[in-house]
Ligand binder design. Sequence first.
Ligand code: DX5
Ligand code: ZN
Length: 215
Amino acid sequence: MLVAPSLLSADFGNLEREMQWFNESHADMLHLDVMDGVFVPNISFGFPVMRHVARLCQKPLDVHLMIVEPQKFIPQVADLGARYMNVHFEALTHHHRVIQQIREAGLKPAITLCPSTPVAVLEDIICDVDMVLLMSVNPGFGGQKFIPQTLQKVVQLRELIQKKGSHALIEIDGGVNMETGKQLAEAGADVLVAGSFVFGAANPKATVDALKGLS
Ligand code: DX5
Ligand code: ZN
């Protein structure tokens, strides 16, 4: 299992210290949750904070934009040196165009679905993205309860990926812990995002290892 701890639950007063354990851990990438107070009812952090974190972080960045008009920020995300740029399906009109623009900027395009958006909307873009992020909570806040219907969506998405011959990874975000992580692994998830469960743990590195051990 690939594991992407979410910076949203980090101690922002001690980012150096947080990034130190993170760099020493077996985490696969760092998940960055950007919120604009419009697309979601909360504001998190923006590019100045992400530039600072990018300098400290020795692993790939997975930028999850919970904002309207995410296509406006493709150059800034590329400048961060991020690996994945995750844009919400619900925030876009011209999905195919934006996915191509993200790829042309040297980033791996990923598309995110809110809990109420069905997997079927991905039918004609699944071969163009490198990852699909299924939200397992309504976006906007860390520490929420996992929505169990997500498990069914993982199975449906795996079927769609196989049917279309796509190489997209399946990433899940929200309410991930050992229990939901195990269920998600069984359903076919490839990447688990975990915020509060990892950053709130007494031993974050061991918690990352425990999640990585799920299969
Ligand atoms: C929710 C964010 C999530 C959140 C996950 O809007 O996209 O990444 O940080 O947090 P936990 O793991 O605490 O549910
Ligand atoms: Zn996220």
